[in-house]
Design a protein around this ligand. Sequence first.
Ligand SMILES: NC(=O)c1ccc[n+]([C@@H]2O[C@H](COP(=O)([O-])OP(=O)(O)OC[C@H]3O[C@@H](n4cnc5c(N)ncnc54)[C@H](O)[C@@H]3O)[C@@H](O)[C@H]2O)c1
Length: 434
Amino acid sequence: MSPTRREFMQTSLAAAVAVPAVLSASSKPSETLVIGLIGCKGMGWADLKDFLDEPNVRCAALCDIDDKYLNERAENVLEKQGKKPKLYKDYRKFLERKDLDAVIIGTPDHWHCLPTIEACEAGKDVYVEKPLANTIEECDVMLQAARRYNRVVTVGMQQRSGKHWQEAIQFVRDGNLGIIRQVKFWANFNYGGGSPAIPDEPVPGGVDYEMWLGPAPNRPFNQKRFHGSWRMFWDYGGGLQTDWGVHLIDMGIWGMNIQGPPKSTRATGGNFASYSNATEMSDTQNVLYEFDDFSMIWEHNGGIQSGPWGRNYGVAFLGTNGTLIADRDNWEVIGEGWGDDKRMVDVPQQKSDQMSHVNHVRNFIQCVKTRKKPACDIEIARLAALYAHLGNIAYRTGDVIVWDDANRSFVNNPKADKLAMAHYRKPWSLPTLS
Ligand SMILES: NC(=O)c1ccc[n+]([C@@H]2O[C@H](COP(=O)([O-])OP(=O)(O)OC[C@H]3O[C@@H](n4cnc5c(N)ncnc54)[C@H](O)[C@@H]3O)[C@@H](O)[C@H]2O)c1
């Protein structure tokens, strides 16, 4: 990290902390919220659908590098609102539209940073998908941009808006579990093992592959590194550790009221079961985050779909009185002790109302109007992304790594620093906003 960049980071984060809970708006949106979507195929469309189910929301524009999804989603929007949006293949042209109050960004992780920064600069509020970005450095510049331009920026970590998650976290924070000595997160998903490799092939018609790669290194087109499966390659994503890691680790950060990085992070793992598949990720990874008086442990197993407490993914807070286990369907507590020494009665499963995503969208819309910080303000998402990236960087370096948040770098570890930085392919560059 160059001294200039580091100085810039220090100033930016100090400034970020000083921001009041209510953001000032340079221009108030009118009664109807006019939105647009960049990245239309998967989650971006899932987000937009829920926006369009809300009153007084209109989609004016869509942007995608793939004609297939651009045209398909234009029809879907027509069906929902009775009017076709304008279509763009270049997000920079899309962002020139003056009528957009807010934009949804549903692109792969390597394409979260620049559109977010440029949307903020153009005076638009942003709902960007998780993880915040593909490197720690990008996350920091995005946070700075949100604050610099006074924008409402929320991140698609919808568990923050889930009622049953809020209740579970409150239960933990109220001290019911006694002394919490360990927080566990696990994500066991079939897709985390990758899938069989296939040869490179010509770029499909209607796809602007150069724009899909964007700041990532140039390489021949391969379907297994493209739509959806990009998450298994470092240039575009971070595998299960970042894909599910930000959602689940964020619950630990929230429950334990963590404000900064762990004392250290170490990891083991490897591609033990899926070694011939198209993936650069470990299919098996265990990460230990060190704190003074408790431990946090991340674990993922790609290629299987079963796990502890009968759940293939989840969070568990292990306390002296009981263990609280939660996933997207419910939370429950298993009490500790026996007979007269029963320290806590079990709490039966408390079901989710499955409204997390709808609530998250509603919270953002509300915050655009009130200029309040959203349920998953960008600073919350930045910390969750930091933890997820620390897990991957510890795994990739094989070192016990210590992140120095004040200096925005690792302690004596240039190898890890390199993995924390964005390495953009020209002509793309990460702005310094100085
Ligand atoms: N919140 C959640 O629960 C959740 C769930 C799934 C995915 N996600 C996140 O959503 C994002 C998208 O994931 P996905 O599975 O939908 O990916 P995807 O590959 O299915 O879709 C990405 C879309 O972005 C488009 N795109 C790529 N580069 C672009 C560019 N430069 N300009 C415009 N469009 C571009 C692609 O053509 C594609 O249509 C990821 O960050 C992912 O982590 C979040």
